[in-house]
Ligand binder design. Sequence first.
Ligand SMILES: [Zn+2]
Length: 390
Amino acid sequence: MPTFDTLLREVRARITEIDVATLERELGDGVKPALVDVREPDENAQGMIPSTVHIPRGFLELRIERAVPNRETPVVLYCQSGTRSLLAARSLAELGYTNVRSLAGGFTGWKRAGLAWEQPLVLRPDQEARYSRHTLIPEVGVAGQLKLLGAKVLCIGAGGLGSPSSMYLAAAGVGTIGLVDDDMVDASNLQRQILHATERVGIPKVDSAEQTLRGLNPDVKVGKHQTRITSANAIELVRGYDVIVDGADNFPTRYLVNDVALRLGKPVVHASIFRFEGQITVFPANGSPCYRCLYPQPPPPEEAPSCAEAGVLGVLPGIMGVLQATEAIKLILGVGDVLAGRLIVYDALKTRFRELKLRRDPKCPTCGDGVDRSTIPLIDYEQFCAGPRH
Ligand SMILES: [Zn+2]
């Protein structure tokens, strides 16, 4: 029976070790090795070498093929002091990896040499529990959840569409949710605006929304903007956010949101509702198409439906707002096919979803050929729909 020391000597004779200075030089080169931290999660959480893949020793053989599919790729393993990574390197060599080295001195040696290291972003234990049904999905994972937690979404309107969209975004762990709304909660809102509550009638919608969203998920920062979006404040309002969810109930706001989003290069998830019918599409950050590709100018006031008389089935904004939240989350995660260039029309009476193609207009005034987007004018069209919000 060999002792541990003899075993280690045998492994050392077969596995090449690399010192910290050489590793640092190689990481700076064009052809850098795949760097794998084989320590336990609590050790990795204390700090790691930048551009590391973390695979705890116990999972190394199971997960290495996904992290390093090509067995010819140079791999460097490290642990805390250089022993566990040496034994792990032997296992990878047995798996057919032809160029595996172990970092002599491990992470401790790297830190002692004064080389750069970083604190990995990890979920807190309470977040691991809260978001476990997300992190179990390969397309989301911990990395995706961290993206959501770092994301900032601006909801235009805390009404019918803004209620379900902001609530699902909050539940999903989108870290910052901004709400633009200057209204107070009214009894006639409660048939569909589920952010609000009977005992909060009369208080500002942004305050009522904050209570609901923070109650749902204390991870969420709520940006309260108790105002209407206008040409004077639009850039300031939108600048700090990654995605805009447009739940506006009027044409002037839709044009303004389109124009400011193109100026700042932000994607817009657009939806609208009327009686039993809802529509949703995504206008990508670069337009192509944008709202003005479809409707270059606002309709004359006499052709616009009056919001006060329009009416809407209470559950309809629920469906459309949840679709908006879904598209916003896909945009943040960078997964799937978002609704860019496609318009979904939902008919609640017939329970039918139709999909229409939307085309970019090369003559579009805001995203057409040759348009300098930094000079797109911001216009306050006349407010011809002053009735209560959807
Ligand atoms: Zn356009």
